[in-house]
Design a protein around this ligand. Structure first.
Ligand SMILES: Nc1ncnc2c1ncn2[C@@H]1O[C@H](COP(=O)(O)OP(=O)(O)OP(=O)(O)O)[C@@H](O)[C@H]1O
Length: 664
């Protein structure tokens, strides 16, 4: 196991050996998983301005532990019986320089301590640690990703965790300085007596974090981040006064245990009672976020089922948004009891939405498997999805600026719904915002309203780079007619556009695929003037096509005269029935390409194309082949691809250029 000391380590440092070799149990020594070690190194050696986050993370873990015990106690009430009041306690001790966070929740046994406090289970961690190393002040990132327990090493140079799993007779002690792994041993008698159930975390505060011994500091942080935690947070012990002194009346009064949070299930309160600040606070404490929620949706469903819903759309994206394992992150409660956060209460294309759903009707003893097929859960999912979409629609109409940030962060995910949920397609297309040759933030309704005379389709060009798309020659003929073209740069675009869907009866048509016939759409005035200039270099199309086909052989499936090009010489397109060029590229990256060859389209009015005809007419076969290959290769480059043989391409180019240079 990765957390255990490597097997080539000295025998006495191995957990089994340490435990077995001495009648008195010596501490097992474990090393951290590599990612944890790296994370802790960064945490210890960087300056984070927002250290408050540590307390929020520890309180949130304590609250999760209480939630989990309450859930387990449904089946085994004896787990709670001797100590039913679930609470979280904070005890500053100025003399010892420690802050203790404890809970009487579910606790951890030996193996859970090893697994949970020595590894980071969540994927995407590497990416995160990398980002953290780059960032000047990583605390915002810590909040966004939620490094959880490890955040405590921002403020403590030594941490002791004493924990007893509910129902277990054993109490274990975990201890670490954050540097060389951690030690584990059975708790001593005092520890075992102190921790009858749950977890106690003692933080030996660093010098510059001693402010967290002050009562008012602790209260400030709890109010800011954890007020809506459902369990009472009790402040106990003699913390420092605001002047930093321990003695005196103020300190005495601080010694009386008192609750410092509201401890209400905020989603159960009525909207009229709650202010925007309350929502921001609830968002941060429920979702472990730092930013402001961009959209808040709070309602109570009544009728066939009754449940309260409090959902948030974050204003910034998260690291694991594209992690395939990432599903919806809604927490399901049943009558205020936390059940799970994998109930899939929203489809995966709304996986950025966070929050809580609290049902009045579901049975409490719902197993995770039962959740999967529960018709009540399915009905809730459908209704909540509809509500989220209509809320997004309403934000899009009333607050375009907010909607723009939401779309910027999550539009690519929402578009997955176009193929995952055909029933919602029209609604999603209505929400979608595009960058096009006309501007940014364009809706399809705007596109359709601006269709040119005789234009019957919505044109798009897909690729991975906006600037390259803007420069793509395939836009030329559309531009000459003033036709708007959507420029699609999200990988998901290649997928949904291949579905042959339409918007208000207008199909989507790729400028990289099949025939494009703009001839019915009148030319814009400038282009018209240019096209009317007499064309004295008319070429023999059939001859050019034959010569180029001969030169390119198997590289292309066909060579045609282009309708798309006005200035550039050549471009590559996909056949009418295969995948679009961009989709083909995407599939090829995953080795799922169809291997379909592209079609080379030539601008018959271009000098280089004319030159192919001339050379082959004059019997200069080699020159004609060079020119034809060059046309093909430059079309590849314009699509962001490399020529198949870059060295041969360079030689060819050099040959042609040298030939054209004046001889001295
Ligand atoms: N007070 C506690 N009581 C019981 N288990 C705990 C406690 N604190 C932490 N844990 C366990 O340790 C695990 C790791 O905690 P950590 O805070 O690092 O991550 P997390 O809570 O799973 O995720 P997040 O990154 O969202 O905080 C938790 O999932 C939980 O199983």
């Amino acid at each position: 196991m990765s957390t255990d000391t490597q097997s080539d380590a000295p025998a006495e440092s191995r957990p089994e050996a340490a435990a077995a070799s001495s009648p008195e149990f010596r501490a097992e020594v474990h090393s951290f998983q590599a990612e944890v070690a790296e994370l802790l190194h960064l945490m210890v050696h960087s300056v984070y301005s927002e250290t408050d986050v540590f307390l929020r993370e520890l309180i949130s873990n304590a609250s999760d532990a209480c939630d989990r015990l309450r859930w387990e106690a449904i089946a085994r009430p004896e787990l709670l019986a001797d100590d039913p009041g679930l609470t979280i306690r904070l005890r500053p001790d100025s003399a010892a320089g420690t802050l203790t966070v404890s809970d009487n929740g579910v606790g951890m046994d030996r193996q859970e301590l090893v697994d949970n406090l020595g590894t980071i289970a969540r994927s995407g961690t590497r990416a995160f640690v990398g980002k953290l190393a780059e960032a000047k002040d990583g605390s915002g990132l810590i909040g966004q990703f939620g490094v959880g327990f490890y955040a405590a090493f921002m403020v403590a140079d030594r941490i002791e965790v004493t924990s007893r799993r509910a129902g277990s007779p054993e109490t274990w002690m975990w201890r670490s300085t954050g540097a060389n792994g951690f030690e584990l041993e059975p708790a001593d008698a005092a520890g075992a007596a102190r921790v009858g159930r749950g977890t106690e975390i003692v933080l030996h505060l660093k010098e510059d974090a001693k402010k967290y011994l002050q009562v008012h500091e602790i209260e400030r942080v709890v109010h800011a981040y954890s007020d809506h935690i459902q369990f009472p947070i009790i402040l106990v012990g003699a913390g420092e006064t605001s002047t930093g002194e321990t003695a005196g009346d103020e300190a005495e009064s601080a010694a009386t245990p008192r609750q410092i949070n509201t401890a209400s299930a905020v989603w159960q309160r009525s909207k009229s009672e709650l202010k925007p600040d309350d929502y921001t606070q609830a968002y941060r404490s429920i979702c472990g976020a730092f930013d402001e929620p961009a959209v808040t949706l709070h309602y109570r469903a009544e009728g066939r089922q009754s449940y309260a819903v409090l959902l948030f759309v974050p204003s910034s994206s998260m690291f694991d948004l594209y992690d395939p394992a990432r599903k919806s992150h809604l927490k399901l409660y049943v009558r205020r009891v936390y059940i799970t956060d994998d109930a899939v209460l929203l489809p995966s294309w709304l996986r950025f939405v966070r929050g809580v759903v609290d049902s009045e009707d579901l049975p409490l003893n719902l197993s995770r498997e039962m959740l999967q097929n529960n018709p009540q859960v399915a009905a809730m999912r459908k209704a909540i999805t509809g509500k989220v979409l209509s809320e997004l629609e309403s934000v899009a109409t009333k607050d375009a600026e907010t909607f723009a940030t939401v779309w910027e962060s999550f539009g690519a995910v929402i578009k997955e719904g176009l193929y995952e949920e055909p029933d919602r397609r029209e609604q999603i297309l209505g929400l979608a915002r595009f960058t096009s040759t006309t501007g940014t933030g364009r809706t399809l309704a705007q596109y359709v309203a601006d269709l040119k005379e005789n234009q019957t389709e919505i044109y798009y060009l897909a690729g991975d780079d906006l600037d390259r798309l803007k420069a793509n020659p395939k836009l030329e003929a559309a531009r000459a007619r003033g036709i708007e073209v959507l420029l699609l740069t999200d990988p998901v675009d290649a997928l949904w556009t291949s579905l042959r869907i339409d918007f208000k009866g207008k199909g989507f048509k790729s400028l990289s695929q099949g025939e494009v016939d703009f001839s019915l759409v009148p030319l814009a005035e400038v282009a018209k003037a240019e096209s009317e200039t007499p064309d004295d270099k008319a070429v023999d199309e059939a001859a050019v096509i034959a010569a180029v086909k001969l030169a390119l052989g198997e590289r292309v499936s066909d060579v045609k005269a282009s309708q798309r090009l006005t200035d550039s010489a050549a471009c590559l397109v996909a056949g009418g029935f295969g995948p679009d060029r961009e989709l083909e590229r995407l599939l090829a990256k995953q080795n799922r390409g169809s291997g379909t060859k592209p079609i080379l389209e030539l601008n018959m009015r271009h000098a280089l194309v004319g030159a192919v005809a001339q050379e082959s007419g004059a019997g200069h076969a080699e020159e004609a082949v060079d020119l034809a290959l060059l046309l093909f290769e430059q079309a590849q480059i314009l699509d962001g691809e490399l020529p198949d043989d870059p060295a041969a391409f360079a030689r060819r180019l050099n040959r042609l250029v040298t030939r054209g240079l004046p001889t001295s």
